[in-house]
Write a protein that binds this ligand. Structure first.
Ligand SMILES: Cc1ncc(COP(=O)(O)O)c(C=O)c1O
Ligand SMILES: Nc1c(O)cccc1C(=O)C[C@H](N)C(=O)O
Length: 434
């Protein structure tokens, strides 16, 4: 939806438009299903779901239910009760599958994100003398960089030569798809794996995962994505795209709490029990796990990569949060998200228009297909001051060194009026006037 017609409106007219949009919003009641942190006894304008999503009110009840099971059953909680813990991951698989575009058995909630990245690498980075290189985007999230470097070193390769990093062109913020594809073609004979974010944490850019996967596969290269910033944020069709593996966390857009359980996707083409993996007993065939026999027999599907006894409290919160996605519908959420973020973009364009110069630059692509909720703002010289000013006004985004403000309106709990208030605060900051 093109929102450019909003640019010439007065602040009052824009406010009326935002209120009207909130009124018409069929998802508006979901806001009340979350706790909103307060500032001077007023709810903060929380635009930081890209880092830590808000707490669903149902989370406490979900934990409480499992505490009661623990209280009543003790260890038998694994096997007894209406919903025994033994198969708890299954209660999340359907909803997760919808969110990432997978078959239920292709996904499993487990562990933490960086741990899962290592597990996937152990299975899907299988270098040979000819093919050992890995292609990624430059400046990916540090944990991913460390994971990749250490895996290369474990296998005896020097990251300086084994890692192909694709960076934005001089003077550009985001990586062009054509450059990524060219880099795959140029290194095709030596690449074992393409592994990168699906949505970049700093710029907010969504990469063309379908095109990257299709091209890499033409050359027999494996493909994996870190979807920390994509899961629950943008449409994903991992199964249809043929992606080999993916990992994500649940504490951002999936609102499952700090350090919440991570998730993995393993395409069904890799579900054969013979696929090498780092094994643990929780990945062992569930029906026979307690026979305690020698020799690993994996569970079918992504669940066969589980390692350890799951954290049931974390899974319970995750499940409660995923239920909200089911209820709201991911297509409806995406439709609202495109408009909310589009509105934030217009708000910033208005500030620049009034200033007569581009005071606030957006690193994030303007094309909604290449972004999710997040906009990344660059403000010369005084970015940190603007960030601190917004925070003092009760507007919570986050600051990422060296000079980026990230703001993410979230369709489940943010309103158009919240975004309008960002515009008011930026105007009141004063220094942007021409
Ligand atoms: C893209 C990306 N990868 C990895 C991580 C690290 O995740 P974790 O600390 O859950 O392992 C994060 C967030 O912290 C992230 O945004
Ligand atoms: N994982 C985090 C944490 O443990 C503390 C504070 C922030 C985080 C984050 O998630 C950071 C986030 N991945 C980012 O995009 O910057």
């Amino acid at each position: 939806m093109n929102l450019q017609h909003l640019l010439p409106l007065s602040s009052q007219e824009l406010h009326d438009w935002a209120l009207e949009k909130d009124q018409q919003d069929t998802l508006r009641n979901f806001r009340e299903r979350f706790y909103h942190p307060q500032h001077n006894e007023k709810p903060l304008i929380y635009l930081c779901g890209n880092s830590l999503g808000l707490q669903p009110k149902s989370a406490r009840e979900a934990i409480d239910r499992e505490l009661t099971t623990w209280q009543n059953y003790g260890v038998e909680g694994w096997f007894e009760g209406e919903e025994s813990w033994l198969s708890y991951h299954r209660y999340c698989q359907q909803s997760l599958a919808k969110i990432v575009g997978a078959l239920p058995e292709e996904v499993c909630p487990m562990n933490h994100l960086t741990v899962n990245l290592h597990l996937m690498w152990a299975s899907f980075y299988q270098p040979t003398a000819q093919r050992y290189k890995v292609l990624t985007v430059a400046g990916d999230f540090p944990s991913d960089q460390y994971a990749i470097e250490t895996h290369l070193k474990f296998r005896g390769y020097d990251p300086a030569t084994a890692l192909v990093e694709v960076a934005p062109r001089e003077g550009e913020y985001t990586v062009r798809t054509e450059d990524l594809l060219d880099a795959i073609r140029q290194n095709a004979d030596e690449l074992a794996l393409v592994c990168m974010s699906g949505l970049h944490y700093y710029t907010g850019q969504v990469y063309d995962m379908e095109a990257i996967t299709a091209l890499a596969h033409q050359y027999g290269i494996m493909v994996g994505f870190d979807l920390a910033h994509a899961a629950g944020n943008v449409p994903l069709r991992l199964h249809d795209w043929g992606v080999d593996f993916a990992v994500w966390c649940s504490y951002k857009y999936l609102n499952s709490g700090p350090g919440g359980v991570s998730g993995v996707f393993v395409h069904e083409k890799h579900h054969d029990a013979s696929v090498l993996r780092l094994a643990g007993w929780w990945g062992y065939d569930e029906a026979r796990r307690f026979e305690m026999t020698k020799g690993f027999v994996p569970m079918q599907g992504a669940a066969g990569w589980q390692l350890s006894t799951p954290n049931i409290m974390a899974l319970a919160v995750h499940r409660a949060s995923l239920a909200l996605f089911e209820e709201a519908g991911i297509e409806n959420l995406r439709t609202k998200s495109v408009e909310l973020t589009g509105f934030l973009e217009v708000i910033i364009q208005r500030i620049n228009q009034k200033a007569g110069t581009e005071k606030i630059r957006l690193m994030t692509p303007s094309n909604p297909a290449q972004r999710g909720c997040q906009l990344s703002l660059l403000i010369d010289n005084e970015g940190k001051k603007v960030f601190d000013y917004l925070t003092a006004q009760g507007i919570i985004g986050d600051w990422r060194e060296p000079n980026c403000i990230r703001l993410s309106p979230i369709p489940l709990y943010n309103r158009f009026e919240d975004v309008w208030k960002v515009g008011e605060a930026l105007e009141n900051y004063g220094k942007f006037q021409a």
